[in-house]
Design a protein around this ligand. Structure first.
Ligand code: SF4
Ligand code: SF4
Length: 442
């Protein structure tokens, strides 16, 4: 046996190993279609590559051609080809009013002062919001997935988070400790990760990412929001794969609630710690307490890219994350946005748009939203669907190709699509072939 033949067999062995690893990973993820198709692919490949070698003893030229084809495809797959540009953001042209957020609007009850004031300013939202308000509230009787025991348990977690809104800010200790920005940045990130976050990053707080007026929560409705903090510490928390795969049923909402609770605990503790050093800090927690637009600040802090579905997509966990943040004046070292191909991948993929039962995700191009070119979610249609089923849905998170767990095979594909436009095209085809384009939802 000469070197060429040995090389041919080694390359075939590596390809076979990769396909078989994918089968095992798919079985672990309970993706039976992908496991079956990849096992079949493994057998077909083994038959063509190895059986033909041992049965027909092909001439060297055939082995050379086969190896060249593999080399060219591997090069295209892993080499930097095409653009990895992220969303295009010019200067953001205005602040967003929290009173306009759909979760604020659904709380304006007909007959109340707030209802009268808001819809005199925005009559265009009245009929769509009235229709949403007539539907059962999330986790309440009437929703398709309502369960008296489990829904009540999840509701209790959200209630617990509400009680924490009084602890997001507080007095700043005196005297102020002198800190080294590099050291304290490292310590803060480590602290956040030790408390259970998956990733942490720092950005300068863009004033345009601060809501303009209070729309929810304990502060007076309609009051201008003032937050002049210089920095934001943003972090992400993993939503576990198995509950996400149950979407749109209750376990994904339970997972959402538990992540928000952990996010609230982390951000409140971090803000308290920073204030004890003598610097102002405010936690921003789920429900009715954000002063800032979390996906935008997390993008600037390098935690991920905004995808078509409007969620932040993280390099390691895809859309399976929830976000938390603390704003502060503690001197910190900032991170940069990290483009890793999501923008380009989403242009080809469309899977969330195809599978969204509410038709809330745009299958078209991006639009200019206050200076940022991005896909605009139809939040009213999304919320209407949530209130029909009684959960927070999450089908888009479930079907997104980036949402697979960070296993050996998925990490190799992630590494490729981070660099190569060719890999993105092939991976979109591969995802449709192995997992299906449109998923059945109960
Ligand atoms: S959560 Fe559900 S309804 Fe909302 S955008 Fe995602 S798939 Fe559509
Ligand atoms: S499902 Fe596809 S199009 Fe939608 S966010 Fe994920 S990668 Fe982008």
């Amino acid at each position: 046996m000469d070197y060429l033949q040995i090389l041919y067999l080694i390359v075939g062995g590596l390809i076979g190993l990769f396909i078989e690893s994918f089968s095992i990973t798919s079985l672990r993820e309970n993706q039976l279609r992908a496991a079956t198709l990849s096992s079949t692919l493994f057998m077909v490949f083994a038959l063509i590559w190895f059986a033909s070698y041992f049965i027909f003893s092909p001439p060297d030229i055939i082995l050379i051609v086969a190896l060249i084809v593999v080399l060219v495809l591997a090069t295209l797959f892993f080499m930097p080809v095409g653009s990895t540009s992220s969303l295009k953001a010019g200067p953001v042209t205005g602040r967003f009013d929290e009173r306009d957020v759909v979760f604020s609007r659904e709380e304006y009850q007909p007959g109340s002062d707030r209802y009268g004031q808001y819809y005199s300013m925005h009559p265009e939202y009245r009929s769509v919001d009235d229709a949403i308000r007539k539907l059962p509230e999330l986790l309440q009787p009437g929703g398709r997935y309502y369960d008296p025991i489990e829904s009540a348990r999840i509701d209790a977690i959200f209630d617990e988070i509400q009680t924490m809104t009084t602890r997001v800010d507080g007095p700043v200790s005196n005297p102020r400790q002198q800190v080294d920005p590099t050291e304290i940045t490292k310590a803060i990130k480590q602290n956040v990760l030790q408390m259970g976050a998956d990733d942490a990053g720092i950005a300068e707080l863009d004033p345009m990412h601060v809501y303009s007026h209070v729309g929810r929560g304990p502060h007076p409705w309609g009051e201008p929001i003032v937050n002049n903090h210089r920095y934001v510490v943003a972090f992400s928390l993993e939503m576990r794969y198995d509950p996400v795969q149950t979407a749109p049923d209750l376990p994904i909402t339970a997972e959402t609630a538990s992540r928000y609770l952990l996010g609230a605990q982390i951000s409140i503790e971090l803000a308290e710690y920073i204030r004890s050093l003598g610097y102002p800090a405010r936690a921003h927690i789920s429900g009715s307490n954000y002063q800032i637009i979390l996906p935008a600040v997390a993008h600037n802090a390098g935690l991920g890219e905004l995808g078509r579905m409007g969620y932040l997509i993280s390099p390691r966990l895809g859309a399976r994350i929830r976000l938390g943040a603390v704003t502060t004046d503690l001197p910190l070292v900032v991170d940069k946005p990290v483009p890793f191909g999501v923008w380009d991948f989403c242009k080809r993929c469309l899977k969330c748009a195809i599978n969204c039962p509410a038709g809330a995700i745009s299958a078209a191009g991006t639009s200019d939203v206050r200076g940022v070119h991005k896909w605009q979610l139809n939040a009213e249609q999304c919320l209407r669907y949530w209130r029909t089923i009684g959960t927070d849905c999450g089908i888009c998170m479930k079907v997104c190709p980036y949402s697979h767990p960070p296993s050996f095979v998925h990490n190799i594909v992630r590494a490729a699509i981070r660099r190569s436009s060719f890999a993105r095209t092939v991976s979109v085809w591969g995802d449709e072939f192995f997992y299906g384009r449109k998923l059945a939802v109960n």
